[in-house]
Ligand binder design. Structure first.
Ligand code: URA
Length: 176
């Protein structure tokens, strides 16, 4: 299966109840052979309307920080652990994360990223990790995973923002 076909299947997904309240699913976007995959929590309002990941406030902040470090967001495969917006932007439930994880696994299998960057606690937890492990290269099941803060958190807190930028720098300089 190709990435495009996978995205179409995700758009039709009804594996959990989130399809009922979504405008559309947000499969993710980026090159088929992206070297780095960025994974967030779930689409927010703007993402649900546009069908694209990280295009709201937190997304613009992420794009801006990447660009300041000299990276264009087009180089990354960007997605979330849950592909549909939870109502009112609540945290995705564990059964929703579980139901959606098959899609994420399939995306990772197709893209084969050299590095997976997990943005925030929910993304980290979906891979059996947590924020205590942030800033480190973690080898797990043949993958290299790096955990950092969620851009929405980093955007609001100056101290976290500094660490977030340092983390991105460290993670990406290993690959590019
Ligand atoms: N927050 C996320 O975790 N993902 C998005 O796509 C947008 C905001």
């Amino acid at each position: 299966m190709k990435l495009e076909e996978l995205s179409s299947r995700i758009r039709e997904c009804r594996r959990c109840g989130l399809w009922k309240s979504r405008t559309q699913a947000v499969p993710g976007e980026g090159p088929e052979k992206a070297r780095v995959m960025l994974i967030g929590e779930a689409p927010g309002r703007e993402e649900d309307l546009q069908g694209r990941p990280f295009v709201g406030r937190a997304g613009r902040f992420l794009t801006q920080q990447l660009s300041r470090l000299g990276y264009s967001r087009e180089n990354f495969f960007i997605t979330n652990v849950v592909k549909c917006r939870p109502p009112g932007n609540r945290k995705p439930r564990s059964e929703e994360i579980k139901a959606c994880h098959k899609w994420l696994e399939e995306q990772i299998r197709l893209v084969k990223p050299k590095l997976i960057i997990l943005l925030g606690a929910t993304a980290a937890e979906a891979f059996g990790l947590n924020l205590k492990e942030r800033g480190k290269f973690i080898k797990k099941e043949g993958r290299v995973i790096f955990v950092t803060y969620h851009p929405a958190g980093a955007m609001r807190n100056k101290k976290l923002k500094g660490i977030f930028i340092q983390d991105l720098k460290k993670g990406l300089s290993k690959i590019f």
